[in-house]
Design a protein around this ligand. Structure first.
Ligand SMILES: Cc1cc2nc3c(=O)[nH]c(=O)nc-3n(C[C@H](O)[C@H](O)[C@H](O)COP(=O)(O)OP(=O)(O)OC[C@H]3O[C@@H](n4cnc5c(N)ncnc54)[C@H](O)[C@@H]3O)c2cc1C
Length: 463
């Protein structure tokens, strides 16, 4: 039987619309196409309707409406998941991007932030008071999905992951409640949202711990790819022994002229003088083509990579955790990087270090705690006719890197890769997460994500 999508969407507007402060956007509306678009242009999905919420009451009403009508639901924060889980064909798309309020408490060094904020908006607000917390490294990414999956950025060595800095969150759950989750209230839910990636409800506000961060010593060093064996081996040894204040990343890419390069980027968040001393060996062990390390405002660092990730491109990413930059891993990268089909692509090794690496793996739902790198192949291109060769190159490199990677993967980098990879993302915490899912979302309403299936064990599900 044919489903009249237009009629269904109109009934969403008629039945849900009047109870909202926000708006309902239907396929027949002018704004439908921009409202359903997400960062990755490979994703071209048509939701039943888009609900633009403006506050927690809109969120609670939309969840209740979806449940009553047995409608599939997806949730959009910043819309930057490369898997495109913010939007699903035929589902109600709950779009939080209009919820951008943020309030800093400079005395307590805390901030309350709504889930539609991007990193850039968040950092600008907290930096007005000389404060910051760990987020990611591209300022247009959403704080919500990033924090709920972990959140690895330039302050992770000194201050942990974004999720480690969460003090509390307001969570709208599948049964229509709005709960506060913290170390004192709904503790197990609080554990689960720090790495459980949106499986337990919709977060309508995050409260984070902030830290004094003013100017940082940051920037990059670059070398021709032929120097990769020496550069990456030195880098690996150096950064593992470095103080917590230093967070780093290495990357392999092509210059605009097509020359393959290897680069090291750093952020030292302690005193500039001490940072100069700490970084001296890294800056002098070889002569780089370019040394751009200098003191800079933290917001300048945070937006420094934005140009490389404009909206409107097609993306295909693959990732896994890398414990050691071995000769074999370097040889594989040196073989593949010069063949990269798109000069806009890159291979990144984002370091997990210091405080982030020392948290007990069971202390939060995010399980991957070690001195290691988030190895990420970020393929991006502009012309859809180039998709096949970019996807093929990415898969071939990922396959060739298998002997060097852990079986584990960071949930925020995962594509639609099947249940075994989802299990690998939640790791040893998966059974506890499945029990929690049974408690808070037994019917799996929140399944447009890297999904945790509710435990079927009847003895579980009690908090
Ligand atoms: C250019 C770029 C750079 C990146 N850099 C980093 C980085 O440096 N460090 C890092 O850790 N990650 C990084 N990431 C990965 C990033 O963490 C994920 O893409 C993350 O999902 C982005 O969050 P979002 O809110 O923008 O995404 P969305 O696509 O809106 O959401 C992602 C998932 O979270 C769920 N979700 C979103 N908001 C909520 C909410 N309020 N309540 C419940 N569930 C919600 C969605 O349903 C979806 O399943 C980067 C990604 C991109 C594209």
């Amino acid at each position: 039987m044919a489903v009249d999508v237009g009629a269904m969407a109109s009934s969403v507007r008629q039945e849900l619309g009047p109870s909202l402060r926000g708006e309902v956007i239907c396929p027949s509306d002018h704004g439908y196409d921009p409202a359903r678009a997400v960062f990755n242009r490979m994703i071209n999905r048509r939701p039943l309707a888009v609900v633009r919420s403006v506050d927690a009451s809109d969120v609670v009403r939309t969840i209740a409406f979806a449940r009553r009508g047995d409608l599939p639901l997806s949730v959009r924060g910043g819309g930057h998941s490369v898997a495109g889980s913010a939007v699903r064909d035929g589902a109600l798309m709950l779009d939080l991007s209009g919820m951008k309020a943020i309030r800093v408490d400079p005395e307590a060094r805390t901030v309350r932030a709504e889930p539609g904020l991007t990193l850039g908006g968040f950092d600008r607000a907290t930096q007005a008071f000389g404060l910051a917390t760990t987020l990611g490294v591209v300022s247009v990414t959403g704080i919500a999905g990033l924090t709920l999956g972990g959140g690895l950025g330039w302050l992770n060595g000194g201050y942990g992951l974004a999720c480690d800095n969460l003090i509390s969150a307001d969570v709208a759950t599948a049964d229509g409640r709005l709960l506060r989750a913290s170390a004192q209230e709904n503790e197990e839910l609080f554990w689960g949202i720090r790495g459980g990636s949106g499986n337990f409800g919709v977060v309508t506000a995050f409260e984070y711990q902030l830290h004094p961060v003013d100017r940082v010593l940051a920037g990059g060093l670059s070398y021709p790819l032929t120097m990769a064996p020496r550069v990456l081996r030195f880098y690996d040894d150096f950064v593992k022994a470095a103080p917590d204040e230093l967070s780093t990343a290495a990357s392999l890419a092509l210059t605009p002229g097509g020359e393959p390069t290897v680069s090291i980027a750093v952020c030292y968040c302690g005193s500039i003088d001490e940072g100069e001393r700490v970084l001296h060996p890294l800056r002098t062990f070889e002569s780089p083509m370019d040394d751009g390390i200098q003191p800079m405002p933290y917001t300048e660092l945070q937006s420094g990579r934005d140009e490389g990730f404009p909206s409107g491109r097609l993306h295909y990413w693959k990732s896994g955790w890398l414990r050691e930059v071995t000769d074999g891993a370097i040889a594989t990268l040196m073989e593949f990087v010069p063949q990269m089909p798109s000069p806009a692509s890159g291979v990144g090794l984002q370091q997990m270090h210091g405080v982030a690496s020392r948290v007990d793996p069971s202390a939060t739902a995010f399980p991957h705690r070690a001195e290691q790198y988030d190895f990420l192949i970020m393929s991006q291109w502009s012309d859809a006719t180039d998709s096949d060769r970019n996807v093929q190159w990415t898969r071939a490199l990922f396959e060739a890197m298998q002997p060097h990677l852990e079986e584990a993967v960071y949930v925020n980098n995962l594509g639609d890769e099947g249940p075994a990879r989802v299990q690998a993302a939640y790791g040893e915490n998966y059974p506890r997460l499945a029990t929690l899912k049974r408690t808070y979302d037994p019917d799996n309403l929140f399944r447009a994500n890297q999904n945790i299936e509710p435990s079927t064990d009847p003895s579980s599900g009690e908090e």
